[in-house]
Every structure is written in C-alpha cells, then in structure tokens.
Design a protein around this ligand. Structure first.
Ligand code: HEM
Length: 227
C-alpha cells in the first residue's frame, strides 16, 4: 500500500484490502459480535448512519493506520536506542523511564514523516511561500519535531528531555485516533525488549541498514539484532 513510485501495485493492494473489508462487513452484518466493526455497522446519528463506502474506508483506515505506524515506532525507536547505548542501558536499568522515553523516541524518528494532504481554503503566505487558494499542501511534522527553537540540539536523542510537544500524532481535528493505543504498545514493547534482552546489539553495521521506499511511512526493511 505504501510502495513509493509503484502506482499499479498500490492500486491493486488498495482494491484487495477494500474487497477483503467489504466481505468482512457483509459477514459481520449477518453475525454481529462485540467487535469495533460491528459497532461501526450499528452506529447511528439520528437517522444518519455510515454508508457502505464510508464503512469500508473507515475500517481500512483504522486497520492500516494502526499497523505500519506502530511497527515502525518499535523499529525506529529501537534503532535509535541501539545507536546510543547509554540510553539503551539507562532504560534497561530503569525500565520505569520507558513511559517518558516513548515521546522522545517518537520525536526523534517518527514512523510517519508526512501528514496526509491538506488543501488551502484561502490564499496564505507561510514562511515566505505564497500558497494559492485550493492548492494541495503536504506538511512534514518530522521537520517540526527537529525544530531547534522548540527542541534544543534536536538531532540528539535525549531521554531526559520533555518531548511531549511533538507533532508525531498530528494536530487538531484529525489528530491520531490511535495515539493512546500506539503509546501503550510502544511502552510495552520497549520495556519488554530492554529487560528481556539486556545485551541486545545490532547484528550488522548501522550503515548497512536499508530503509523502505515508502511515501508517508518511515521504517526499516529489517533490523537484524543479536541477543
Ligand atoms: C506510533 C504510531 C502512530 C503514529 C505515529 C500515528 C500518526 C498519525 C498521524 C500523524 C495522523 C494524522 C494525519 C494527518 O493529520 O494528516 C494520524 C491519524 C490517524 N491515526 Fe494514527 N498513528 C499511529 C498509530 C495509530 C493507531 C494504533 C491507530 C488505530 C488503531 C491509528 C489510527 C489513526 C486514524 C483512524 C487516523 C485518522 C484520524 C482522522 O482523520 O480523524 N493510528 N495518525
């Protein structure tokens, strides 16, 4: 779905996942259960309810938005820790620091480098660039997360810093629906990894690591480690 520069592959994957979800919705309509999908099928706002297309698109969004992101939070965050062993050992010795560390790991190398498209509702001048009304705007929250005016010495991983002001989950009305779940998953994963594998280290030189060629997401092809 995120294969950059391969529109035919993205198109085929989009249709496949939408088809899968439409079939699942049909099955849940017949046999409702206590799943989120059944709740969405049942949801009413007065006389209004979600159309079939809205249901498919919302369910696919939640499925996809919840997977690639958290996977890469764990991969990118772990890589940042493996590259700064002091931080890794600090967490191993004081696992209760993990909660606050998750925000710094998110800020330092976010799994989502770009937000989704916006369209300017009126002409605006931003940072010296004129944006005409109606033009698409692609924002890179990853850049804001390395803004030295907000995060001094931003290219340094610093588990002590207060990183809570990051924009990893977006901002405003479309802020990430799954942010608390993602933070919880990250916290559990990092806590378990650092305590269960106290001598964890990279199995290859970090220059050999391959980053995936994707739009929107940022993550590794693989993170080989030695226990
Ligand atoms: C570390 C993990 C995650 C990151 C970095 C992340 C990041 C983001 C960002 C930046 C947005 C806003 C996009 C924009 O405004 O253009 C967003 C929206 C969203 N996220 Fe996440 N996300 C994560 C995990 C999750 C999880 C676990 C779920 C669901 C289980 C989820 C579901 C959604 C949904 C449904 C939206 C759209 C909200 C809306 O448009 O109103 N995300 N996410």
């Amino acid at each position: 779905l995120f294969a950059a520069g391969q529109p035919a592959r993205i198109d085929a994957a989009s249709h496949a996942v939408a088809g899968y979800m439409a079939d699942l919705i049909t099955a849940k309509r017949r046999a409702p259960d206590d799943s989120l999908l059944s709740d969405l099928i049942r949801a009413r706002d007065g006389e209004d309810r979600l159309s079939e297309d809205e249901l498919v698109s919302l369910a696919v969004l939640i499925l996809v938005a919840g997977h690639e992101t958290t996977t890469n939070l764990i991969g990118n965050g772990l890589l940042a820790l493996l590259r700064t062993p002091d931080s890794l050992h600090r967490l191993r010795d004081e696992p209760d620091l993990v909660d606050a560390a998750v925000d710094e790991l998110l800020r330092f190398d976010s799994p989502v480098s770009m937000a989704t498209f916006r369209f300017a509702t009126e002409a605006i001048s931003l940072g010296g660039t004129e944006i005409p009304a109606g033009s698409p705007v692609l924002i890179a929250p990853g850049a804001a997360n390395r803004d030295p005016a907000r995060f001094p010495d931003p290219d340094r991983l610093d588990l002590e810093r207060d990183a809570k002001g990051h924009l990893v989950f977006g901002h405003g009305i479309h802020r990430c629906l799954g942010a608390p779940l993602a933070r919880a998953e990250g916290e559990i994963a990092f806590r378990r990894i650092v305590t269960r594998f106290p001598r964890l280290r990279l199995a290859v030189p970090s220059a050999e690591l391959q980053w995936r060629h994707t739009r929107l997401m940022r993550g590794l092809e693989a993170l080989p480690v030695l226990p």
